[in-house]
Design a protein around this ligand. Sequence first.
Ligand SMILES: Nc1nc2c(ncn2[C@@H]2O[C@H](COP(=O)(O)OP(=O)(O)OP(=O)(O)O)[C@@H](O)[C@H]2O)c(=O)[nH]1
Ligand SMILES: [Mg+2]
Length: 207
Amino acid sequence: MVGDVGAGKTSFLNRYIDDRFIDEENTAVPAEFKEKFLEYHGKTIRVQLWDPAGQKKFRAITSSFFKKADGVMLCFPLDDAEKFSNLINWQDEILKYAESNVDKKIVGMKCDMPGRSVTADQITKLASEMNSPWIETSSKDGTNVNRCVQDFIDLIMERKVGVPKTAAPEKPAAAANGTAPSAVGGLDKEPAKPPKPEEKSGCCRLQ
Ligand SMILES: Nc1nc2c(ncn2[C@@H]2O[C@H](COP(=O)(O)OP(=O)(O)OP(=O)(O)O)[C@@H](O)[C@H]2O)c(=O)[nH]1
Ligand SMILES: [Mg+2]
């Protein structure tokens, strides 16, 4: 996961791994990772999410993570247009340091907050330029957090080992816009908010 200071990366990690939200910033830690084991098409896979701090002084550490990443989530808070614009700089870092075929995903964070300053159209445009899917999430209320990672795993696994997308659930819950959210392997507590375009997400290291 990359993105500016305060984008919401650590909160996302805490929600995804430990299903909790702590409303405080901790920028003193240069980087941490957490992992989770998932059943995936009959096999156990290890999902490692790396969470480097956004501060510029830690950029050298961040860059070293790119090399081994199977996927990079470009994170920004939906209420901060400047951090959204800075995704271009993060994209440059990816081009410089990551494998050329690394999967990317734009993640608009804090969608529970009122007063967003980045529109869906703006994100769609950037996502198309970056050739990357995107999604909106909230670590506070849990919206789309599991789905974001699950869809990204699908994308990465499809590229790496040709495994098709996770099958849809037998009785999908209706989403807010009338479409059904896709299956989230074993992780079924996503709220009804659907993702925006077709998504596929963080420095996911899959082993
Ligand atoms: N309302 C709301 N607040 C959030 C959400 N995610 C994070 N925050 C808050 O935003 C602030 C920054 O979140 P962090 O997760 O620390 O951001 P970060 O990207 O890890 O920042 P750095 O480690 O400095 O790069 C904290 O006060 C969080 O509680 C969210 O989904 N909704
Ligand atoms: Mg952090």
